[in-house]
Design a protein around this ligand. Structure first.
Ligand code: PGA
Length: 228
């Protein structure tokens, strides 16, 4: 099982990031799971130096270098020992207007640099109510011909809300994605110490945890649930 921690734009300082990473490592007693921490870019190198945790970035650009002010490339991530990058997270689609065209370029740039992309897909509340979930996922995944990307199914309405889809719905979506792609599929959206085993039971290959990954004891609890 994959256990991914998306710290988003947290915590607020390098000192706190160091503490969070060290505590995360301390509480985890993992044997079977593949744990990866996705901190803000700025903290990657320090965490790499202070812990043995595997690392990923929360985003990256689609070119490897050049005149792209403010951007970070997959090649740069690779050079500091980063192995993964989250691409197309719904917050990036929402706040930075990332569209399929850019997301596709980012996924391909990661693959050519040897970074494993974690492509995030998921429907909004309205799309779910209109029964458009599969259509939305089909479109968001349409460019993905390679098997090397990981897919994270994150219903937008479930992110940070404490809500999760019913088991039957989760099964249907997972079956739908797995039918088209051989990739590993993770679930993300309000995963916590209480509900983590549900996603394993349904058949997901792991979880992408946001809020609960900022609490080392709860994150360790998720790990225990996944391994039990
Ligand atoms: P959450 O975030 O666990 O806080 O809902 C998940 C994510 O956005 O990846």
């Amino acid at each position: 099982m994959y256990l991914f921690a998306n710290w988003k734009m947290n915590p607020g300082s390098i000192k706190e990031a160091e503490k969070l990473a060290i505590e995360t490592q301390k509480f985890l007693s993992i044997e079977k799971s593949k744990v990866v921490i996705f901190p803000p870019f700025l903290y990657l190198k320090t965490i790499k130096e202070k812990t043995d945790l595997a690392l990923g970035a929360q985003n990256c650009f689609w070119e490897q270098k050049g005149s792209y002010t403010g951007e970070v490339s997959p090649e740069m991530l690779k050079s500091i020992g980063c192995q993964y990058a989250i691409i197309g997270h719904s917050e990036r689609r929402k706040y930075f207007k990332e569209k399929k065209k850019e997301i596709k370029k980012k996924v391909n740039a990661c693959l050519s640099a040897g970074i494993k992309p974690v492509l995030c897909v998921g429907e909004t509340k309205k799309e779910r109510e209109d029964k458009k979930t599969k259509k939305v996922l089909e479109s968001q995944l349409s460019f993905l011909s390679q098997k090397k990307a990981l897919i994270a199914y994150e219903p937008r309405w479930a992110i940070g809300t404490g809500k999760t889809p019913p088991q039957k719905e989760l099964k249907e979506v997972l079956f739908f994605i797995k039918k088209a792609f051989k990739s590993s599929v993770l679930y993300g959206g309000s995963v916590d110490g209480q509900n983590a085993d549900l996603f394993q039971r349904v058949g997901f290959d792991g979880v992408l945890v946001g809020g609960a990954s900022l609490k080392p004891r709860e994150f360790a609890q998720i790990a225990e649930k996944l391994e039990s």
